[in-house]
Design a protein. Sequence first.
Length: 343
Amino acid sequence: MKVGVIGCGGMGTTHLLALKVLSGQMDVEVAGVSDSREEYLEKALKIWPGVQSFSSGMELIENMKLDAIHICLPSYLHKSHAAEAMKRGMAVFIEKPVCLNEKDCIELQVMQKRTNAVVMVGHVVRFMKEYQYLKGIYDTGQYGDLKSLVMHRIGGFPVWGSEDWFSDPAKSGSVVLDLHIHDVDFIRYMLGEPNAFKSYGTKLESGMINQIITAYEYKDLCVIAEGTWDISPSLPFEAYFRACFENATLVFRSTSEKSLTVYTKEGAVLYPELKEAYTGESDLAGINISDVGPYYTEIKYFYECIEQGKEIQTAPLSEGIKSVELALQEYFFADANQYKNMI
């Protein structure tokens, strides 16, 4: 399968690295790359020497016959490129958030229905081993009922985006649709839609939300999730969850050497052995991601579904859109309910 990657910045580089590993195991080959910045194209060509390169994603889509396209562009550019790729018969892997507004979501759904395109959204947390373990414990009831779940995803303000696009909520969706949506999506994936929620946020001087805390209500269960882009770009990134079951508590901290710990009701402390399908790290992406493994896993799943003619069941377009819809509701709730208004 001939593949194109649009956007060779941090996330695009992560995809290129994962595809390089995958190409040694499956009939998958990057044939074209695009980026408006020459230095990023040069970096991409070091990973995939000799492939065709373009200065724009639309140019790549219009001039290459490809089986699949990876859209790793700033969020506000997702919809236009995905729609055009679908029209031309390409399978589409689109990074999260799939869109930034309801109108674009509807138009992509219509386009997928019209073209019958294979579309997957890059909600990589669904493929991370610690989160898969949590979902497995919840689904099997191994430690009894889940009593509470607290999650956070925090880090310094992202300064690596081209033309500072993260700072413009019309382009990034703020921390809510760019970072917090990871936990929004996983909560929905594991627990379904909440019965209700309340969100509160803080803002930067520019007026953009940079912190959101949401409490979700489920039957006999409360879930709290925080997403923060700190005012300092130097605050280390951390993903975290604490899941309290009847008979054990699971704690995940991405910054710990042993990332997942199980504390049983009897007092035992366990460190589950979790194996990644691929273990590899690289700092080439230049962002707060070095572990390529989960991205390899989700991309492999995407191509296995294409090869075998199977429907995308983990992170299909419909799920990506539902997570955007909930995140947008939280955004508007938080925008109207800042902490300073609660004092």
